[in-house]
Design a protein around this ligand. Structure first.
Ligand code: SF4
Length: 452
């Protein structure tokens, strides 16, 4: 069935679920739609068709995606599904056979083709409403920068490689030009994302390209150098502790990129890491962390962990706690292992009982909270630079170099009502809780090179 052509601009509703990588996919699709003259509808009722970008990482995310599709069908009725869950159409059709079309992850052309099929674009040569930096779903002052798709690792608990395919790095000049456009549009913080940021360029043999008159290789370190020359905050996510990551610590010590590393360690016991088939599991990560902190004392390390992985013994869990005590990570998230359809780990022996998982989760988080509180208490009395996210009454809610948006803590500025979202400011830290800091404004800075 094809919809009749609307006299006004055709309107697409958009629901974006999942991780920052899916968010970047959504931004690219929205940019494409806007470039073709589609309007983006704010409500289901205003939309001629609704696109739902789904997540299929764990069972809870699959349920959320299926519910979102159900809601869009109930409220609008004309729904196109894309994203990670789209790689498993049978799961969607089983519950929602009436969806118009299903496409998989990063299938931009397919999504556009589906929209064209059910809602043809209106040709208008005067319609060119897309800003050069594209359409973004994040606040104006920060943006995610996706440097690659897919992953060559084969972690036993994860099905992302089968959903998103093998590593496909974007050309270095394309990434740097996109970053440049974002900065020109007012972005003050670039968040580099991928499935495995430290593996950037390995699939394209580190192909070189020119940018601003210099040659850059598609390498982690060149990428960090290039982004670090733009004069904004640069935050690196999803990095694995390979030896070549050491090179970027120097740039952090020089404040050219933020001294912040998001490394999903997932466990501290070598035998569990081996069963998880984690990349770099044989590296001596504690020694590496010590060396990094010696070189760059402000370095903040964020990580995520899985407790109750199949076969995890009490001794292995104790190893994880001891590892965490030694590593003193600043920001820590934790998940209780849950099987994902199609993951190799499902076949491992000795699943851990839910009540044991729960108990280990509590013990782990208690330890992580104590470490976080101790490390934040050490910042009281210091003057730091923050980026303001929002104003909340008389206070401003901001973040320091140590806080990624949505996942880490915040800095509450008591006398910050005169600030604006996107302002950089100097504050003096007056107090600390388990995850957040309190501070007083000492100086406003309209724009600055990154400093901590
Ligand atoms: S690194 Fe491991 S967990 Fe991350 S996407 Fe690749 S396979 Fe999955």
């Amino acid at each position: 069935m094809t919809a009749p052509r609307a006299p006004r601009a055709p309107r697409v509703g958009f629901v974006s679920l999942g991780c920052p990588k899916a968010l970047v996919d959504s931004e690219r699709i929205l940019t494409g739609l806007r470039a073709e003259g589609y309007d983006i509808a704010p409500t289901y009722r205003d939309a001629d068709v609704v696109v739902v970008n789904t997540c299929g990482f764990i069972d809870a995310a699959i349920d959320e995606s299926l519910d979102a599709i159900g809601e869009a069908l109930a409220e609008n009725g004309r729904v196109i599904v894309t994203g990670c869950l789209g790689a498993r159409p049978e799961r969607i059709l089983e519950r929602h056979p009436q969806v118009l079309k299903i496409t998989g992850p990063h299938a931009y052309e397919d999504v556009m083709g589906a929209v064209h099929e059910y809602l043809p674009p209106r040709h208008d040569p005067f319609l060119d409403l897309v800003p050069p930096q594209g359409i973004r779903l994040t606040p104006r002052h920060y943006a995610y920068l996706k440097i690659s798709e897919g992953c060559n690792n084969r972690c036993s608990f994860c099905i992302i490689p089968s959903l998103r395919g093998r590593l496909a790095s974007r050309p270095i000049d394309e990434v740097l030009r996109e970053a440049e456009r974002l900065v020109a549009a007012g972005v003050k913080e670039l968040l580099v994302i991928s499935q495995d940021t430290s593996a950037y360029g390995t699939d394209v043999r580190y192909a070189s390209a020119a940018w601003r008159g210099q040659t850059y290789a598609a390498r982690f370190i060149d990428l960090a150098r290039g982004l670090g020359s733009l004069g904004v905050w640069v935050r690196l996510h999803y990095v694995y502790p390979y030896p070549h990551v050491d090179e970027v610590i120097e740039l952090m010590a020089e404040h050219r990129v933020l001294p912040y590393l998001d490394i999903p360690f997932q466990h501290g016991s070598p035998s569990v890491l081996k069963r998880m088939r984690r990349p770099a599991h044989a590296e001596n990560t504690l020694a590496r962390i010590r060396a990094w902190r010696a070189q760059c004392p402000e370095l903040t390390i964020r990580s995520t962990f899985i407790v109750g992985f199949p076969g995890e013994t009490e001794a292995e869990f104790a190893e994880l706690l001891a590892w965490l005590d030694d590593a003193e990570l600043d920001r820590v998230g934790c998940f209780k292992y849950s099987p994902v359809d199609g993951a190799k780990a499902n076949a491992l022996a000795d699943p851990v009982a839910p009540e044991v998982q729960e108990e280990r989760y509590e013990r782990f988080m208690e330890r992580a909270r104590a470490i976080s509180a101790k490390r934040l208490a050490a910042r009281v009395g210091k003057t730091i630079e923050v980026l303001v996210d929002k104003i909340d009454g008389d206070s401003a809610v901001a973040r320091s170099w140590a806080d990624a948006p949505e996942i880490d803590g915040v800095v509450r500025i008591r006398n910050g009502s005169g600030l604006q979202p996107g302002d950089l400011a100097q504050v003096r830290v007056t107090g600390a809780s388990e995850y957040d800091l309190q501070a007083r404004l000492t100086a406003r800075r309209a724009r600055a090179a990154p400093s901590v």
